[in-house]
Ligand binder design. Structure first.
Ligand code: NAD
Ligand code: ZN
Length: 348
């Protein structure tokens, strides 16, 4: 194995990032080394790249960022069972590292662990030829999931966690925001047998992807609510999956819901949001439900099962760049003219 590797790191507390050469890390007790074959860029990575206030407050530099990837087991740390973790096996990983002993971890809610550490945020991540993760976080791949799809099982899991939080079969679903997570939710809602799947997004590019995923795609500024009311006999949709984090989308989602409807909130607003709770929620008996991350590892089993059952998310993966061309990749994402963007580290 090579002794040194190429990585994309945040070195200076300023916008941008830097290609660096680093020693290949050693897996400690209970950890594994994974050779990264494909990584993907998440909105969080864009915040880190742009060095927004959240990143400034959270990150300790230098840091190799990135947390969505797949690869191959390359080496095992002390105490890791080689029969369970054969070197060379294709894998991906849950990059939220739960502590295992807090009240949440001990009651089956490790995804909201009190002491969560995130790979690529709190410790080195996957924008590199190799990454170290706890063996307990490894998700073994069985060859049935396309390689590029395996690299985005983390954001797919967010979509699965949200979309399966309430029954969708036979119900009218509005998905606000057709970014990669909203787009994946379209596929899940379709597979679940939703009576209607509408996606709203102001971006024509993203609406085209939403149509490709099987939704009716509408511009939120073009009679969205009247159209949804027409399509649902004047009642409104049963479920809103909020996947934009945009305040206007949250308010529109509430207006689009029928009485007794349910809104699942996954999109992260940058600031506090003002809502009309009386008219929008209380009188209509709306259920609002926030969701975070992915359940460990229930969501991973569900995601793998949905992919095997025919969930096809390949249309939402639109661009691939070698790691060295990271600048182009981040500029493309800032332009909004893309779906999921992959980064391919140098292969040793
Ligand atoms: P993204 O930024 O690529 O997609 C958001 C989409 O919302 C964009 O296409 C944008 O055009 C659209 N949008 C903006 N204003 C809108 C409006 N008024 N109505 C409808 N759509 C509008 O993001 P993504 O990677 O798909 O992630 C979706 C959201 O989920 C983000 O807010 C992200 O921060 C959040 N997220 C939350 C969790 C969690 O654990 N809760 C995990 C991952 C991501
Ligand atoms: Zn914990």
């Amino acid at each position: 194995m090579a002794a040194r590797m190429m990585a994309l790191a945040k070195v200076a507390p300023a916008p941008g990032a830097q290609l660096v050469e680093r020693p290949v890390p050693h897996p400690g007790p209970g950890e594994v080394l994974i050779q990264v074959t494909t990584a993907a860029i998440c909105g969080t990575d864009v915040h880190i790249y742009q060095w927004n206030p959240w990143a400034q407050a959270r990150l300790k530099l230098p840091l190799i960022f990135g947390h969505e990837f797949c690869g191959r087991l390359a080496a095992l740390g002390p105490g890791v069972d080689p029969e369970r973790f054969p070197v060379g096996a294709p894998v991906t990983a849950e990059m939220h590292f739960a502590c295992g002993w807090c009240a949440y971890c001990r009651t089956g809610q490790a995804h909201i662990c009190q002491n969560i550490q995130i790979g690529g945020v709190d410790r080195d991540g996957c924008f590199a030829s190799y990454v170290v993760v706890p063996a307990a976080n490894v998700w073994k791949l069985d060859g049935t999931i396309p390689h590029e799809v395996a690299a985005i099982m983390d954001p797919l899991g967010n979509a699965v966690h949200a979309a399966l939080a309430t029954p969708l079969t036979g119900r009218h679903v509005l998905i606000t925001g057709a970014g990669p997570i909203g787009l994946a939710s379209i596929g899940i809602a379709r597979l679940a047998g939703a009576a209607g799947v509408t996606a709203s997004d102001p971006s024509p590019y993203r609406r085209t992807l939403a149509e490709r995923m099987g939704a009716q795609a509408l511009d939120p500024q073009d009679r969205l609510i009247p159209r949804l009311l027409e399509a649902t006999g004047g009642l409104g949709v049963d479920v809103v999956l909020e996947m934009s984090g945009h305040p206007e989308a949250i308010r529109q989602g509430l207006a689009a819901l029928r009485k007794g409807g349910e809104m699942i909130l996954l999109g992260l607003p940058h600031q506090p949001v003002t809502l009309d709770l009386g008219e929008g929620v209380i009188f209509k008996e709306i259920t609002l439900r926030g969701l975070n991350g992915r359940r460990m590892f229930q969501t991973w089993y569900q995601t793998a099962a949905l992919l095997r059952a025919g969930l096809d998310v390949r249309p939402l993966i639109t661009h691939r760049f070698p790691l060295e061309r990271y600048q182009e990749a981040f500029e493309l994402i800032a332009s909004g003219q893309c779906g999921k963007v992959l980064l391919i580290p140098p292969q040793p």
